[in-house]
Design a protein around this ligand. Structure first.
Ligand SMILES: C[S@@+](CC[C@H](N)C(=O)[O-])C[C@H]1O[C@@H](n2cnc3c(N)ncnc32)[C@H](O)[C@@H]1O
Length: 206
């Protein structure tokens, strides 16, 4: 099964709150976005946006230029349906971030919660980082949350990688300055806990 079919199937077969990564509100993501990208007309892309309510909350906070990217059309369709008549038009990109080529120099902020850790092959990670560098503006911010050093080995039956701030920074390279990191314990809907690490970076060259 290809990636798109796999994730479409997850979103067609499981309720909103029946996936391990479900959270009512992505509080840490929102706090980091507000702290690092306070201009409401800055462009933000959410990589592997899934059905997360981040976009609802960013709209409510007044952010005006939002893009959702996901390999699952089903996830994006469900999100757009939920949003209904959104006050702003939301851009969407369907595609595998480790394969497609995104447009250049578009975004002030790149957000990824729980996608990068699925890229188990070096070539996939290289393409992801190429896309990140291509689409982020100079001095843009990347906020990336992956499984932490004590996180799970799998998610949805797929193998996952685990990172700490040093190994995640090494994946992105020296063009990124690390601004901070935070370990977070995510409580799944199944009463288990998963260790995540949030790292945030500034893109220093272009
Ligand atoms: C674990 S979910 C996280 C969803 C959302 N970020 C959240 O925090 O609720 C991973 C999401 O990434 C998407 N995804 C997985 N691999 C991807 C890839 N290579 N390119 C783009 N999206 C991907 C999946 O369809 C899914 O929506």
């Amino acid at each position: 099964m290809n990636k798109s079919d796999f994730w479409n199937n997850v979103y067609k077969s499981k309720n909103f709150d029946a996936v391990s990564w479900y959270a009512d509100r992505l509080d840490t993501s929102l706090e980091l976005i507000e702290n690092n990208c306070s201009q409401k007309d800055n462009s933000i892309i959410d990589i592997g946006s899934g059905r997360s309510t981040l976009v609802d909350d960013l709209c409510a906070l007044g952010y005006k230029k939002l893009t959702l990217l996901d390999v699952s059309e089903e996830a994006i369709s469900q999100t757009l349906r939920r949003l209904g008549n959104s006050p702003i038009s939301i851009s969407t990109i369907f595609g595998d971030i480790s394969k497609i080529t995104v447009q250049e120099n578009l975004y002030d902020l790149w957000h990824d919660r729980a996608v990068f850790h699925f890229l188990t092959e070096e070539s996939q990670r290289n393409k992801y980082v190429q896309n990140l560098k291509r689409s982020l503006k100079k001095n843009g911010i990347a906020i990336i949350a992956t499984f932490g050093p004590d996180g799970p080995d799998k998610c949805s039956g797929l193998n996952t990688m685990k990172y700490d701030k040093t190994t995640l920074h090494a994946e992105l390279g020296d063009d990124f300055q690390i601004l901070g990191s935070k370990i977070e314990y995510h409580q799944t809907p199944f009463n288990t806990s998963q260790q995540f690490i949030y790292c945030w970076f500034k893109f220093n060259i272009k």
